[in-house]
Ligand binder design. Structure first.
Ligand code: Z5A
Ligand code: MG
Length: 263
């Protein structure tokens, strides 16, 4: 296990200010871990973000975790909950298999096509880049996006195959940074016991163990860990508590949009 979800949640509630501060440090930390030359942002991207700094907006909430950890179930429940609170919210997921790029990804995942590991990594990234502008527009218009997997999946899965972590991050730099990453924490063995591993490429216990290690390597103190082995309703409740604070803060215009793995 990476850490106890309950413990981390308690710490986060008690030291909200501290966590926000740490969250900022995390971006700097990742930046400083990488080559500044490689990761410095395009000025145009920074401009569009700066322009909206003080505005009320929706929150970018990302759920991450191993296969069968319960992400899709919880994303649906979360959106229903937010809508029940009269908060405009949409469920998004990556990969988005509906686009042309997404169809290539889907063919790869279902083993109907073969691709070099670098190539599929870049396709997963491209699948996020093709949605970036719409994502920003939605957030600025006040819609909260609950996203089932994001860049962290991209880095965790590709690096679990042996690709260099910094290389994996590079194609993600400049995408919108989530306001909240909730990690549904469950051991690969327990997740596998849930059954339902289909025929998709990564749905194998040994590989999921490597992915768990990769998540451990890329996570940071701002992530919220939720014990995903609890009953589904308990996970749901815990996520609601975490997410509502974040959404409220974004609505108040207290959190400017920022960019992933960038200054
Ligand atoms: N991938 C990548 O390589 N690079 C990238 O950039 C991205 C993704 C974005 C497709 O992902 C693959 O693409 C994925 C990573 C890779 N490969 N893998 N592995 P996907 O999103 O299409 O598939 P997935 O999310 O990994 O699998 P999943 O089956 O959809 O898992 P889930 O969404 O986490 O779980 P779930 O469907 O909500 O729940 C699974 C079952 O457990 C279901 O029967 C539930 O009723 C049950 N469940 C859920 N919660 C509980 C609790 N708390 N208790 C008991 N039972 C539960
Ligand atoms: Mg899913």
């Amino acid at each position: 296990m990476i850490c106890s979800g309950r413990t981390r949640l308690k710490i986060s509630r008690s030291f909200k200010t501290l966590v926000l501060q740490k969250s900022f440090n995390f971006r700097v930390q990742f930046f400083s871990n990488c080559s500044p030359k490689k990761l410095r942002m395009d000025n145009n991207l920074n401009c569009s973000i700066e322009g909206n700094k003080k505005g009320s907006r929706g929150a970018l909430v990302v759920l991450e975790g191993l296969d069968r950890s319960g992400k899709s179930s919880q994303c649906t429940r979360l959106v229903n909950y937010l809508e029940g609170q009269r908060i405009s919210a949409e469920l998004w997921r990556f990969p988005d298999r509906n686009t042309d790029v997404g169809k290539m990804i889907s063919a790869y995942l279902t083993n109907t096509s073969q691709l070099d590991d670098h190539t599929i990594h870049l396709l997963f990234s491209a699948n996020r880049w093709e949605k970036r502008l719409l994502m920003e527009t939605k957030l600025k218009s006040g819609t909260t996006l609950v996203v089932d997997r994001y860049s962290y999946s991209g880095v965790a899965f590709s690096s679990a195959k042996g690709l260099d972590i910094e290389w994996c991050k590079a194609s993600e730099v400049g995408l919108l940074a989530p306001d909240l990453v909730a990690y549904l924490d469950i051991s690969p063995e327990k997740a596998a016991e849930r059954g339902g591993y289909g025929g998709e490429r990564y749905e194998k216990l040994e590989f999921q163990k490597k992915v768990a290690e990769s998540y451990k390597a890329i996570h940071d103190v701002s992530w919220k860990f939720v014990d995903a082995f609890q009953p589904i309703e308990d996970v749901e409740k815990q996520l609601q508590e975490i997410v509502i604070d974040c959404v409220t803060e974004c609505q108040k215009g207290k959190k400017p949009l920022s960019l992933l793995w960038s200054k």
